[in-house]
Design a protein around this ligand. Structure first.
Ligand code: FES
Ligand SMILES: [Fe+2]
Length: 412
């Protein structure tokens, strides 16, 4: 269980703590209570892979028997990078003096030491438990490494429809929380993204408007927060609904992929609602970089759904004309949702360092920051923070129900 130093106990966590994930920081300690995604199984070959996670330099590998290992990147002998190590003899062997480590970090051999040396037994390199689930590799970097909490059974990874995919990892060079809290800010969808998918097809035209915003609600959930956007529906007593979920520590589920990117017939979709799960797992490399791992799961009737989606996404090129004198870094960006997000989030600076003037339409962001700060406090004091699964829930499938479609308005 995480210990809180007396000094820390009296100091309250603030939103300025959220972006910082290094060891010993409040947010870093909190993040380490959960399993985090550190790689994609299909991208891990028979060579070690350097990866920075939560400001720690690590090396991910499979030993020759297929067992996954995640060790400190630098050899504990004299620091050479184990990214260049050889995978052999039941572990990973540093190329400099041949120290050999198994996936638990235990040193097995030191070829240059006397044959009867007991020193190898005494050297245990930094190692973290690793598990694979549905094509993603998760690590637990927290305090209970000998008896870690269960890895949640994430819906789109363990209960797959007939069609699923893990998208290529995306890398970004700004703070992880700028990305994460963006989903608590639905106003940006109608404004920033009006150049892209929205407003150019039937669902967007019905639902999103720069001048006539949907109604936004922000609902605190066991896992974090849900954003609910509604507009009057096609028949009296109905409403269009578009939801996004933010699950702690860093998962976003967006429900409207079929409507916005697949551009499927809205009339047909309205009957059934979305049948595509689109989960993004955010893993901070450090305070200035993060990785984004995306798992998609489709249970609807469309054949070859992801091939079609890919072809359509490729057509979503920015539509902006760029003049020869325009040397701005993110040009062109208008017309591609991912580029629009990248430009806006990548130029914000760090939460807590930038100055802000929050308004009524930021109430989702304000609420979400409070949920995260409360979760950090809970974790810091040894409690179970939101979104963390305990042993009693280990067999349950972890779901984020994120509805998109039309529903009958229920009057309370
Ligand atoms: S630095 Fe790795 S074995 Fe010497
Ligand atoms: Fe966005």
């Amino acid at each position: 269980m995480a210990k809180v130093s007396a000094k820390r106990k009296n100091k309250s966590v603030t939103v300025a703590d959220i972006p910082h994930v290094g060891p010993g920081t409040p947010c870093g300690d909190w993040f380490r209570r959960y399993w985090v995604v550190v790689g994609i199984a299909r991208d891990l070959y028979d060579i070690p892979q350097a990866v920075k996670v939560l400001s720690e330099a690590l090396v991910l590998f499979r030993d020759e028997f297929g067992k996954l290992g995640l060790l400190g990147l630098h050899c504990p002998h004299r620091g050479t990078s184990l990214e260049y190590a050889d995978i052999e003899c039941g572990g990973i062997r540093c190329p400099y003096h041949g120290w050999l480590f198994d996936v638990s970090g235990q040193c097995l051999e030191m070829p240059a030491e006397p044959k009867d040396s007991k020193f190898p037994q005494k050297v245990k390199h930094l190692s973290y438990p690793v598990q694979e689930q549905g094509g993603l590799i998760f690590a637990y970097m927290g305090p209970d490494r000998d008896d870690p909490p269960p890895l949640p059974k994430y819906g789109p990874l363990v209960d797959r429809g007939s069609q699923w995919q893990i998208e290529p990892v995306r890398h970004a060079d700004y703070n992880w929380f700028n990305f994460f809290e963006n989903s608590a800010d639905p106003a940006h969808v109608c404004i920033l993204h009006r150049h892209a998918g929205y407003g150019q097809q039937s669902w967007g035209n019905q639902f999103f408007s720069y001048t006539e915003m949907p109604h936004f609600e922000f609902v605190e959930m066991d896992y974090g927060m849900k954003v609910v956007m509604t507009k009057p529906g096609p028949k009296p007593g109905t409403e269009f609904v578009d939801e996004m979920s933010l699950a702690l520590p860093s998962i976003v589920q967006v429900g409207d992929t079929e409507f916005v990117h697949a551009k499927m017939d809205a009339a047909a979709l309205i009957e059934e609602g979305s049948q595509c799960e689109h989960w993004m797992f955010v893993t901070p490399n450090d305070d200035e970089h993060f990785m984004l791992f995306t798992a998609d799961n489709y249970k609807g009737p469309e054949a070859n759904f992801f091939e079609k989606l890919k072809a359509l996404r490729e057509k979503e090129a920015p539509v902006q004309e760029v003049m020869p004198y325009d040397k701005r870094q993110f040009m062109p960006y208008k017309g591609n949702i991912r580029k629009e997000d990248l430009m806006t989030q990548g130029t914000q600076g760090l939460l807590g360092e930038r100055s802000e003037q929050l308004s009524v339409s930021d109430r989702g962001v304000i609420k979400f920051r409070k949920i995260v700060v409360d979760a950090i406090e809970t974790g810091l004091h040894g409690g179970r923070p939101k979104g963390m699964v305990d042993k009693k829930q280990a067999t349950e499938i972890y779901r984020l129900d994120t509805r998109v479609g039309v529903r009958v308005i229920i009057k309370n």
